[in-house]
Design a binder for this molecule. Structure first.
Ligand code: UDP
Length: 327
C-alpha cells in the first residue's frame, strides 16, 4: 500500500514507519516538524505540511495516490492539556476533522488512529478492557475520545475502515539504538530517569506518593514502541470498508513509578536519586491494559514484556544520543 504517515517524524510514528517500509509498503511522512525530528524520517520521504491544511492534504492524497493514512500527529501531554486545552482541541480535534474531510474528498478510506488509555480516565477496575466506560479526566483524553467517536460515525456513514489503537505508555527505542524518544521538554518518566543516569539531571521527581496503590506511586503499563509499530502494521492490513476497531495496546503488566526507577537502576548501574514531589494534574492512579482483544483480532503479541528489557533499549538510545537527535 501507499501510506501517508501523518506525524511520522514523532516518537511512535518514526518507529512505525520503519516497520511499514520493512514490510514493503511505500511510505510518505507528512509532518510539520513542530514536535517531530527530520533526522528520524528516512531520506526523501518527508512532506512538510500542516494537519489543518485540508486543501494540501487533498492534493497530497491525489499526487501520491495514497491508499491509507496512519495518524499520529497530536499533542499528547496530559499536564499540558490541562493548562493549555485550546491547543489540544484545535490540533487534536479540529485539525483532525480537516484530515478526515480531506480523506473523504480524495476517496481515501483507510485510517489507523493513535488513541490512548487516557480516554478511559480512571476506571474502577483494572486491567482495562475495550468496553470499560470511557470517562476521560483530562482534555487530552477528551480530544482523543472525540475523534474515536468521529471515526465510528465516518465508518458507519461513509464506509471508512478505521482502527483506533489505544496505547498505554509508549516506551523504549529501536533495538539498534538508531531512533528513540526525544521530546523538548521531556516529560516522560523513563527518559527523565535515564537523563539522571546520564548526569544531565540531579534526581527524578516522583509525582505523588499517596495514590491508592501498593507503594503509593502511579502504576502504568509500559509498552515497547516497536510493539506499537507492529500493531499498526497488522491493523492496517485488516481494514475493510465500514470496519471500525478499537483496541487496547499494552503488555498487561503494571509497574509503579518506584518500580520503573528500580528497573532503571538495574539497567544503568546508577543509583538514580529520587525526590518526592506533589501529584501532577490529570494523572490517574493505575492504568493497565487487557490487550487480549488486540491479540485475538490482529494476531499481535508484544515482544517486550519485561520492564528491564524495555528500559535497556531506551538506555542504548540515550547513551548513543545523549542530546537526542541533536547528538
Ligand atoms: N512521573 C514522575 N516523574 C516524572 C515524570 C513522570 O513521577 O518526572 C510519573 C507520572 O506522574 C506518571 C508516570 O510517571 O504517573 C508516567 O508518566 P509519563 O509522563 O511517562 O506518562 P503518562 O502516564 O503521563 O502518559
Amino acid at each position: 500500500m501507499k501510506i501517508l504517515v501523518i506525524g511520522g517524524a514523532g516518537y511512535v510514528g518514526s518507529h512505525t514507519v520503519r516497520q511499514l517500509m520493512s514490510a514493503g509498503h511505500e511510505v510518505w511522512v507528512y509532518d510539520n516538524l513542530s514536535r517531530g525530528h527530520r533526522q528520524c524520517v528516512p531520506p526523501g520521504r518527508l512532506i512538510e505540511g500542516e494537519l489543518a491544511d485540508r486543501a494540501r492534504l487533498i492534493s497530497v492524497f491525489r499526487d501520491y495516490e495514497i491508499d491509507a493514512v496512519i495518524h499520529f500527529a497530536a499533542f499528547a501531554l496530559v499536564n499540558e492539556s490541562v493548562n493549555h486545552p485550546a491547543i489540544y482541541y484545535q490540533n487534536n480535534v479540529i485539525a483532525t476533522l480537516e484530515l478526515l474531510e480531506a480523506m473523504r474528498a480524495a476517496g481515501v478510506w483507510r485510517i489507523v488512529f493513535s488513541s490512548t488509555t487516557a480516554t478511559y480516565g480512571q476506571p474502577d477496575i483494572v486491567p482495562i478492557v475495550e468496553t470499560t466506560l470511557q470517562q476521560p479526566i483530562n482534555p487530552y483524553g477528551f480530544t482523543k475520545l472525540v475523534i474515536e467517536h468521529a471515526l465510528t460515525d465516518y465508518a458507519h456513514a461513509y464506509g471508512f475502515g478505521c482502527a483506533a489503537l489505544r496505547y498505554f505508555n509508549a516506551s523504549g527505542a529501536s533495538a539498534d539504538g538508531s531512533i528513540g524518544e526525544d521530546h523538548d521538554p521531556e516529560t516522560h518518566l523513563i527518559p527523565i530517569v535515564l537523563q539522571v543516569a546520564l548526569g544531565q539531571r540531579d534526581a527524578i521527581s516522583v509525582y505523588g506518593t499517596d495514590y491508592p496503590t501498593p507503594d503509593g506511586t502511579c502504576i502504568r503499563d509500559y509498552i515497547h514502541v516497536d510493539d506499537l509499530g507492529s500493531a499498526h502494521l497488522l491493523a492496517l492490513q485488516m481494514l475493510k470498508p465500514s470496519l471500525n476497531l478499537q483496541l487496547n495496546l499494552g503488555t498487561g503488566h503494571g509497574h509503579s513509578v518506584h518500580e520503573v526507577i528500580q528497573a532503571c537502576r538495574r539497567v544503568t548501574g546508577h543509583p538514580i536519586p529520587e525526590v518526592l514531589a506533589p501529584r501532577r494534574a490529570g494523572d490517574p492512579a493505575e492504568l493497565v491494559a487487557d490487550s487480549s482483544l488486540a491479540q485475538r483480532t490482529l494476531g499481535w503479541k508484544p515482544k517486550y514484556v519485561k520492564i528491564d528489557d524495555i528500559v535497556q533499549t531506551a538506555w542504548n538510545w540515550h547513551q548513543k544520543h545523549p542530546q537526542g537527535y541533536r547528538s
